[in-house]
Write a protein that binds this ligand. Structure first.
Ligand code: PXG
Ligand code: PLP
Length: 450
């Protein structure tokens, strides 16, 4: 049994049994031997169990876009829980579910206003893939079953998501059971050609043409959908080269293939607009979202579908028949819906998407000021997302970034790391002084792990 016996790490309790919680995406043994624990969060800061203030440079896990502990959300959820804790949305409804869908529809690209609720990004991804298959079947093209993802893509952890995803460790143990008929386009990162680009790299737009090669191999008549993250976060902040997304859109349109943008990270102001689709001016057929949909207060995800996709499925069948055999017990859970509406109110009232756009140049300047520090191999940024890729240590990949992450935490900054890339995605309420504190701490940490 792993326990923390050092009373100073804990409030009130002197011993915490850590053996039962099997932690997600965590080195369990390493963590439990030297835990990092938070007990409170407000605004830009966490408080550790031993009462240190730690600035949140990643908005939790890319999700707390309005900052922590927002009273309006707490009140909306509390009020909803006491009024009605739960009601099903299978053959029943409650107004707040419809209201939440309408609020989301208002900020989605034109005509992408049909909203299916899930409880996470992973579920949103599997839902979107299933909608794509159902759409083609409704059109009498049920042979369109192939799905196309991208190397280094992250689409959550469901079987659908890991099949189209391209992060090898997430797939390896399960690789014999991937869903069949999936191909992957190449990732867009090329450090030799585009190191230290500010914003979208000039090199690499032609990589979209790899999709044509896959289409030529299988024939468009067998392909249902292409799914990509407009900007990928989890794999280490990979940006779409200039022109790349529009080219993918054009190829998909030409061949009748649905395009899915996985906006679980890019949605809700991360790039300075409601969606990356709006930011880049490229409209997909389906958008997945989660995380900042309700400031991560209650688990929630969603898929926004273009009316054409929705209407093809929903208006294609008889009036009394269930059109899509899919849904979750907690789809549009009242508490999550209340949090969603309260969060959208905050985004609107405080103009946080615009604020994000306004802070992006400050963030860009600060992160790129680390060029030239020891082992800094590349720096990539767009909106309020950034990555610093460090040179890996010989024979020990990932350890340099982990050590830098630890130093940062000890010095009051929580960053995220993946491989040897440090990732940043601060809450959109971030101020100049926070940005200074974050990157000066990171600078010091990088020097210390040289
Ligand atoms: N799609 C994308 C693009 C994501 O970033 C998911 C789907 C899955 O969402 P859920 O809610 O099922 O986790 C994500 C989630 C990291 C990290 O290390 C990123 C995510 C999740 C956990 C860790 O950067 N993104
Ligand atoms: N497993 C069993 C046995 C169930 O009855 C259900 C839902 O009724 C599920 C899984 C799916 O749960 P959820 O709807 O929360 O995704």
């Amino acid at each position: 049994m792993n326990t923390i016996t050092d009373a100073k790490h804990l409030e009130q309790t002197t011993e915490l049994d850590m053996s039962n919680f099997w932690m997600p995406f965590t080195a369990n043994k390493q963590f439990k031997a030297a835990p990092r624990m938070f007990k409170k969060a407000k605004g830009m800061y966490y408080t550790t169990v031993d009462d240190r203030q730690v600035i949140d440079a990643v908005a939790g896990l890319w999700c707390v876009n309005a900052g922590h502990g927002r009273e309006e959300i707490v009140q909306a959820v509390t009020q909803q829980m006491s009024q009605m804790d739960y009601a099903p949305t299978f053959q029943m409804g409650h107004p707040i579910a419809f209201e939440a869908a309408t609020r989301l529809a208002q900020i989605m690209p034109a005509d992408m206003d049909r909203i299916f609720f899930t409880n996470s990004g992973s579920e949103a991804v599997d839902t979107a893939l299933k909608i794509a298959l159902a759409y083609h079947r409704s059109r009498g093209e049920g042979q369109r079953t192939r799905l196309i993802g991208r190397e280094r893509g992250y689409h959550g952890v469901g079987f659908g998501g890991i099949s189209v995803g391209g992060i090898l460790p997430n797939r390896k143990a399960f690789s014999a059971n991937m869903i069949p008929g999936v191909d992957h386009m190449p990732a867009t990162l090329n450090i030799e050609k585009a190191a230290f680009s500010r914003g979208q790299p000039a090199w690499g737009g032609h990589l979209a043409d790899e999709l044509e090669k896959i289409v030529a191999l299988h024939d468009a008549s067998t392909i249902a959908a292409v799914i990509i993250e407009p900007v990928s976060g989890s794999a280490g902040v990979l940006l779409p080269p200039q022109g790349y997304l529009q080219r993918l859109r054009d190829i998909c349109t030409k061949h009748g293939i649905l395009l899915i943008f996985d906006e679980v990270i890019t949605g809700f102001g991360r790039l300075g607009k409601a969606t990356a689709s709006e930011f880049f001016g490229v409209t997909p057929d389906l958008i997945t979202m989660a995380k900042a949909i309700n400031n991560a207060a209650i688990p929630m995800g969603a898929v926004a579908a273009h009316r054409n996709v929705h209407d093809t499925i929903v208006h294609g069948g008889p009036a009394n028949a269930i059109e899509l055999f899919h849904g979750y017990t907690y789809s549009a859970h009242p508490a999550a819906a209340a949090a969603c509406i309260a969060t959208q109110d905050i985004y609107e009232r405080e103009a946080l998407f615009e604020r994000s756009a306004a802070m992006a140049p400050v963030f860009e300047k600060a992160i790129h000021s680390l060029k030239g520090e020891p082992n800094v191999k590349d720096i990539r940024n767009l909106g309020l997302v950034g990555g610093i890729e460090l040179q890996s240590r010989e024979g020990a990949p990932g350890t340099r970034a982990y050590d830098a992450f630890l130093k940062c935490f000890q010095n009051g900054v929580m960053v995220r790391f993946t491989g040897d890339t440090l990732a940043f995605s601060p809450p959109l309420i971030v101020e100049d002084s926070h940005i200074d504190q974050i990157f000066e701490t990171v600078r010091k940490a990088i020097r210390e792990v040289a």
